[in-house]
Design a protein around this ligand. Structure first.
Ligand code: F6R
Length: 640
């Protein structure tokens, strides 16, 4: 029996244009506008498969993944179960992996995750659920893994395997080095994988070092495979897996050898595919100014030659000859035009330069001063993405206000709360202070709560509140490094964050309403935001979705016709030179100041690589032949 074919409308379209994709893509790749739509499609297809098997009284065997990626897919399956009555009584599941050493009731175990996200909400019998056991004694792991393989075979093999992809290219936990015929086994987790799980575990040191995972060979035996990927942070690895060589350094690339594998990705994860990044290499394009600039920047980087030194032959020999032919311009003219366009993105006046001709500047000269609103999803985000720009905006006389959308308390390490409580107790003791009963009781309740929840437990509200306050203090310090006083910053503590935890947040109208209120009250001339291309389950992406909804809900407001929304990529994949609309240069001193601001977040162990990434962008501009700056903060205009 075969699995019904994937959403036919898209496949039809795909098959009608084979030359577009097949030239570079070695795996069928379907791009949806967003993760919601893609997940709903996959859930509808999975539901069809389950029902179809039910009609003939047969079971369906699903291979399941954990992590952020499949969360919207599971939510949609639950909805279909609840609203359309889909039963899971004939479903047998095998999960890909489990952290080694975590008991089932650990909040980050994949056993817990799967029950929270799916199994507890549908009617699947518990004995049809299989998740590797992370508590097997080491000496029994080998036999246990062989047994897991055997159970999959006995069940009839996997009908449909759902996958996510890690930034190392892993599927399951098949880290670089996993061979195509590997089977279920114990594996050591890659450093990058552990880093990516750090927020869930309150710090990288707490992330387990090993895991039990199905092998690449186990996965490849599935009759159908769908790999999902969302957000700009996955764009690079998706491109390598789909277009690169098949290699054991990227286990997802082995899906190239599977006849029935599909990548289902959102737009943000697709941007590195050749058809979107260098469309002129796969077919005819409309050579408008933006496309020309992209091609010229690409050529300059590829040949490692400054833009103004490119000659006709460079274009012809690199597959961009059509650009010259289509415009009947010589390389020199195209070079100058594109060079100027890149040059005009550079400005030391991110709020616009009063009194100056602004024809070729990213921001308008008037009004001046401008009402600037900066929305920071977690407290450190604004400083990571635009610490230098904040300082400039302030210095240049604008009315700057930062709104910290979430408290960020989930990032604060226990030790920060612990130390705070201990200081109170020691103070009370050393001062032998009378009247400190309440403080002592409070400090003691913090210590008790921390002890009770253990290293990985969920913080009770009392502890989260304290952690949020600790972070507020650090945020004020960081803001003051950038020249902003306490009255220039506000904390919204959006409810989705306070009520949730990483990978399990759920946005609601309450979040949007709070932002809408701010916008309606402040009537900004400029907004700075981030998260538009983030992993949809991240606080950054959720905050952006709430902001976008609030902003669009006010589209009739007069102020909006004169408001620019600038995006930055704090925690997400950095912009490339051809994608940047505004580049704000930083001097070495400004870079130091920015580092100082980020370092104020002592209670969190954030390492986003800033300001190194700002230095890299400056290096990119330099190699295109533009001025050499120490660092650059990059922005893109939001097109709504
Ligand atoms: C999880 C798994 C992993 C994840 C991958 C992506 O069971 O096997 O391969 O799919 O690490 O994780 P997220 O979805 O959190 O980005």
């Amino acid at each position: 029996m075969t699995v019904p074919s994937f959403t036919s409308a898209i496949l039809d379209e795909y098959d009608r244009n084979p030359s577009q994709q097949e030239r570079f893509e070695k795996i069928r790749t379907l791009v949806c506008p967003g993760s919601q739509e893609a997940s709903a499609r996959l859930a509808a297809e999975t539901a069809d498969l389950i029902r179809w098997r039910q009609e003939s009284g047969e079971k369906v065997i699903l291979g399941l993944a954990t992590g952020s990626t499949p969360v919207p897919f599971y939510r949609e399956l639950i909805r279909i179960h609840q609203e359309d009555g889909l039963s899971f009584h004939n479903v047998i599941t095998f999960n890909l992996d489990e952290y080694y050493g975590l008991p089932r009731d650990h909040p980050e175990s994949y056993y817990r995750f799967m029950h929270d996200q799916l199994f507890d909400h549908v009617d699947i019998p518990e004995d049809q659920i299989h998740i590797p056991d992370g508590t097997i004694p080491m000496e029994e792991v080998y036999d246990y893994c062989l047994g897991y393989e055997e159970s999959i075979r006995e069940a009839g093999g996997l009908d449909l395997q759902i996958l996510g992809i890690g930034r190392t290219g892993h599927i399951g936990f098949n880290e670089p080095g996993s061979s195509a015929d590997s089977i279920t086994r114990m594996i050591t987790l890659d450093r990058m994988t552990r880093q990516d799980a750090a927020a869930d575990f309150m710090g990288v040191a707490n992330v387990p070092r090993s895991a039990i995972t199905m092998g690449v060979g186990t996965i490849l035996e599935a009759r159908r495979i769908v790999l999902m990927a969302w957000g700009s942070n996955k764009a690079e690895i998706v491109q390598e897996a789909v277009e690169g060589l098949m290699t054991d350094q990227i286990s997802a690339s082995f899906l190239q050898s599977h006849k029935n594998a599909v990548f289902l990705i959102d737009e943000a994860a697709s941007t590195r595919l050749t058809r979107f990044r260098y469309p002129w290499l796969v077919g005819p394009v409309n050579w408008d100014a933006a496309m020309k600039r992209r091609a010229v920047v690409w050529l300059s980087k590829k040949l490692e030659k400054p833009i103004l030194k490119l000659v006709d032959e460079d274009y012809n020999e690199s597959g961009a000859g059509e650009l010259l032919a289509s415009t009947s311009e010589a390389a020199y003219e195209v070079n100058i035009d594109s060079f100027n366009r890149v040059q005009h993105t550079i400005t030391g006046w991110p709020g616009g330069k009063p009194g100056a001709d602004d024809t070729n500047r990213p921001e308008r000269a008037i009004p001046f001063p401008k009402k600037v609103l900066i929305f920071s999803p977690e407290p450190a985000d604004a400083f990571i993405g635009m610490g230098g720009t904040i300082e400039r905006l302030k210095e240049q006389g604008h009315d700057v206000q930062i709104y910290f959308l979430t408290s960020g308390n989930l990032r604060v390490a226990d030790v920060a709360a612990l130390n705070f409580a201990r200081v109170i107790l020691e103070m009370a003791e050393s001062l032998q202070a009378e009247g400190w009963e309440n403080q002592v009781a409070y400090a003691q309740s913090i210590l008790d709560a921390l002890e009770e929840k253990g290293e990985f437990g969920v913080d009770p509200e009392l502890v989260r509140k304290l952690k949020g306050l600790i972070l507020r203090g650090e945020t004020r310090d960081a803001a003051s490094v950038c020249g902003l006083d306490a009255d220039r910053i506000s904390f919204l503590d959006l409810p989705f964050y306070e009520e949730g935890r990483y990978r399990r947040f759920q946005r609601s109208e309450k979040d949007t309403a709070l932002i809408r209120e701010v916008l309606a009250d402040q009537c900004p001339d400029i907004i700075f935001a981030t998260g538009d291309a983030g992993d949809p389950s991240s606080p950054q992406a959720i905050c952006f979705a709430a902001l976008a909804e609030a902003y669009q809900g006010l589209s009739d407001a007069e102020w909006q016709s004169g408001c620019n929304v600038w995006l930055h990529r704090g925690r997400d994949h950095a912009y490339e030179a051809q994608e940047i609309d505004m580049a704000v240069p930083m001097s070495p001193d400004q870079v130091d100041e920015k580092s100082n601001a980020i370092r104020k977040f002592l209670s969190t162990s954030d390492d986003t690589g800033e300001p190194e990434r700002n230095r890299e962008i400056a290096g990119e501009y330099d190699s295109l032949g533009l001025a050499e700056y120490e660092a650059i903060e990059a922005f893109q205009i939001w097109k709504g």
